[in-house]
Design a protein around this ligand. Structure first.
Ligand code: FES
Ligand code: FES
Length: 160
């Protein structure tokens, strides 16, 4: 079957097997390997991307279900002005070690901050509760997300 998906603003048309998962369309067909694939059980959350502005585990979505939809991956997070604030904050606050969970953490956190610019620790932990990190103990991930929220709110307060 044929699918057309807009990924990070760019339209892609592909002939696919109907059983192909979105995570494999992104990684194997489009070369967007920033989206990770960490389990076969829908548990780890490493594969989170946005579909029509909503975070989804791309290993639980058939590529066919993304036909005609907009998908955003971690490759689409940095803007023309450079890294997204979250990427900078993860760097500054040591929000990653091996980095395997990081793309999904970033996409989930971006979704949270776009809706809740000043989340509490509890709200941050709730947002990332479907994602597994085997390295950090989560403390620095939460700190990174709160740091990004602070920086973005400071920027908003600047005149002009
Ligand atoms: Fe583990 Fe999708 S790859 S939840
Ligand atoms: Fe290694 Fe999260 S940084 S899994």
């Amino acid at each position: 079957m044929e699918v057309t998906v807009v990924v990070n603003g760019q339209e892609h048309r592909r002939e696919i097997e109907p059983r192909l998962l979105l995570v494999h369309l992104l990684r194997d067909e489009l070369g967007l390997t920033g989206t990770h694939w960490g389990c076969d059980t829908s548990n780890c959350g490493a594969c989170v991307v946005w579909m029509d502005e909503v975070p989804v585990k791309s290993c639980t979505v058939l590529a066919a279900m993304a036909d005609g939809r907009r998908v955003r991956t971690v490759e689409g997070l940095a803007g023309r002005g450079g890294l997204d604030q979250l990427q900078t904050s993860f760097m500054l606050c040591h929000g990653l070690q091996c980095g395997f969970c990081t793309p999904a953490m970033l996409m989930t956190a971006r979704w949270l901050l776009d809706r809740n610019p000043d989340p509490s620790d509890t709200e941050v932990r709730g947002a990332i509760s479907g994602l597994t990190c085997r390295c950090t103990g989560y403390e620095n991930i939460v700190r990174s997300i709160r740091h990004a929220a602070q920086q973005e709110s400071l920027r908003q307060e600047l005149p002009g």
